[in-house]
Design a protein around this ligand. Structure first.
Ligand SMILES: [Zn+2]
Length: 409
């Protein structure tokens, strides 16, 4: 009993010291707070993305971000700020990170109160913003939209917004291929220790070759074995001005007899999903998917969603039928909807292909063979080719009916 008594008094004593020291020093870190782990920014023609990575989750209301007018007298630019409760930052980011990209001057984070940090974004230009939080790792994402340089390169920024407005009637030229996972994130581990990230990259490179042969331009979100954040993948795709986005993955299941191909497109509104796959591909525990879903449903993706479904149907059709020509019994798990962060892009139709189960003995073997991977790549490319043809027809019909209406006047 005595040791327990001793340790109790020591703890009480320690607590008293911990309570007093901060009051004396004023800047001592209170217990139980999270930290700021990293701050990153990406500049994209239409917006700049700020990601503040934290060591614990935070809940921020949408209107928590406050806009302040410039204070000429104090020499302060127009700025946005948000208070993040339960986060300790100390003086690490008090001088801020310079950005200077025509939209943001920079990002600063300071200790606003002992129990809250304040993220301040100094602006150069401002149109509107959106803010959301993500888990695993916990982070706050703030996108600031605006006309970066209205005097310079007006063509670039206008074509970009025009593209956003008329997704249906633009030619499909550039495909962004997203090999899932990479670097410290191996993805699913299959039979014999095969790593999903390696299969995804091999298949993606074969797909790139097949698409180039069909005179598509191709951009990959990674070309080697490296870790790329989910939000960075979407920034790469949008920065590249992609017309379509195809994320390549391989499946895994506890039930080793599960096998087959499935194609996903984003759905933010509905509640019935294959949540195991979405949780794995988003890198979040299943229990956290509700948060992501709430986030996604707040963001507008309706137009992209319609075109994404068509793209998913077309690729799925060619994939299943094409593979069946060469391989017997290709199990078809169908076209599905899911809350995938990587598919959230308002500017281009996006799909995620689960090319097979690495946990199934036979499928894992197939997915390791170059010949099978190239057949899968060829069929995905064929599907994308058919989508392009279909899109051309729709565009031509729309132009013809516009012309007819004009002549009728
Ligand atoms: Zn995956």
């Amino acid at each position: 009993m005595k040791p327990l008594y001793d340790s109790l008094t020591r703890r009480v004593g320690l607590a008293a010291i911990l309570l007093c020291v901060p009051l004396l020093l004023g800047a001592e870190r209170p217990k139980g707070l999270g930290d700021v782990q990293d701050v990153r920014t990406w500049s994209y023609p239409d917006y700049t993305r700020v990601v503040v990575e934290l060591t614990r989750s935070v809940d921020l209301a949408e209107d928590a971000l406050v806009r302040l007018a410039a204070n000429q007298g104090a020499g302060r630019p127009e700025r946005l700020y948000v208070d993040v409760p339960g986060i300790w930052v100390g003086r690490q980011y008090v001088d801020g990170l310079p950005v200077g990209d025509g939209l943001l001057e920079g990002v600063r984070i300071g200790q606003n109160t002992r129990y809250a940090s304040r993220i301040v974004i100094d602006l150069q230009r401002y149109g509107h913003h959106r803010m959301f939080t993500l888990r695993s790792p916990d982070r706050v994402v703030i996108d600031i939209y605006g006309d970066r340089r209205p005097d310079k390169e007006p063509g670039a920024s206008h074509s970009s917004s025009a593209k956003r407005l008329s997704m249906a009637s633009r030619p499909i030229r550039k495909v962004v291929i997203d090999p899932g996972h990479g670097g410290r994130d191996p993805g699913a581990i299959g039979v014999g220790g095969v790593r999903e990230k390696d299969i995804n990259l091999r298949l993606s490179k074969l797909l790139a070759r097949r698409l180039r042969a069909r005179s598509f331009e191709v951009v990959l979100t990674r070309e080697d074995d490296r870790y790329v954040d989910l939000e960075e993948r979407t920034v790469i795709a949008e920065s590249a001005g992609g017309d379509l986005f195809v994320s390549i993955h391989a499946n895994a299941a506890r039930n080793k007899s599960l096998r087959g191909i499935e194609v996903y497109y984003l759905d933010a509104g509905h509640r019935r999903h294959n949540l195991d796959v979405a949780a794995r591909e988003n890198g979040v525990p299943r229990g956290q998917l509700d948060d992501l879903q709430t986030t996604l449903s707040r963001l507008r993706v309706a137009e992209a969603s319609h075109h994404s479904k068509t793209l998913a149907d077309t690729v799925h059709h060619d994939l299943i039928h094409g593979l069946s020509q060469t391989y017997s019994s290709v199990p078809d798990l169908g076209v599905k909807q899911g809350p995938f962060y990587v598919l959230f892009m308002s500017s281009m139709p996006s799909i995620l292909v689960e090319t097979g189960f690495l946990t199934h003995r036979k499928e894992s073997k197939l997915l390791r063979s170059e010949r099978y991977l190239d057949t899968v790549a060829a069929q995905i490319a064929a599907g994308i080719g058919h989508y392009r043809t279909r899109n051309r027809q729709i565009t031509a019909e729309a132009a013809a009916s516009r012309k007819a209406r004009t002549e009728a006047r």
